[in-house]
Write a protein that binds this ligand. Sequence first.
Ligand code: IPM
Ligand code: MN
Length: 356
Amino acid sequence: MCAFDRPRKWAVFLCPFFLIEERFELSHHHKVGVIGGDGIGPEVVAEALKVVAASGVALDTVDYDLGGARYLRSGEVLPDSLLEEIAGLDAVLLGAVGMPGVPPGVLERGLLLRLRFELDLYVNLRPLEGAGGDPSGIDCVVVRENTEGSYVGEGGSLRKGTAHEVATQGSVNTRMGVERCVRFAFELAQGRLRRHLTLVHKTNVLTYAGDLWQRTLDEVSVDFPEVATAYHHVDAACMYLVGSPERYDVIVTDNLFGDILTDLGGAVAGGIGLAASANLNPARTGPSLFEPVHGSAPDIAGTGTANPLAAIRSAAMMLDFLGEADAAARVAKAVAEASALTGTTQQVGDAVAERV
Ligand code: IPM
Ligand code: MN
């Protein structure tokens, strides 16, 4: 940030120095936490880092041993001291976490969701686009709300284990949370060729939350007169994503719908092995986190058959967010060129690295 928002008399003196510092900052000093995780996670992350190095961007990386293996060894999921350290970084690159023997929810809630919530990564940005020669015609980005909805853990159970057991799981939607996400989606759509934004929800059944989303979208749309908007129910959107995905440009949706829709969309756009994601803190009050949409696939770990392209694409999104737009574009282009090749995880990584 330049000194423009400082008092004027200082701006004259400070601005050139701040500009120099900023340039230096942008090209050399990205502190990136690396969480390889479990299963194929470390394998695909290694290829992503190889490609970043080939792009000419130097990262100061710090490795974090987090995930299922650490949990099984020590019972620790995310020690507070590590979270604090991670909060001071510029970005985090994560492979995948999860392995047999870890009960459901431990790593999801304790690591992934904790990072999303505590670092305020309120946008989960998931491009749905094939890589080179993709016949589906899909070229869309999903803006998934990432800190609210049914992911917050609101609810509980009563009379557990009895015939009268009750379980509730609420969906929390705040005006602030919905609005900042919707605004991000409008800004994104505004900068794209088609300038089209579709809200996906279930307003006909989830009338309270749906009403808040729809009204917020309508109100924010006044600030973006060039962006055309549409609304689709989530069930219809699933059908359209498969049958006529070209109708979508930017989609904005809540946390759970976005989770489901992006696995479906990933499958349509060439498979989950290509699907990248960025968990963004657009306010930049802390690091953003970049990870492939896929999981740790323990069944194929160590076989060299994992596709590293989703991790490499996630790293490209990281470069872009860190201000390295040129390197990010070169990586994206190299992925498109290399995507038709087959080979081991390392060979595919090498092929992309050679083309960057
Ligand atoms: C994803 C994953 C996570 C989610 C899980 C692992 C908590 O499915 O990133 O899409 O549901 O968000
Ligand atoms: Mn998911």
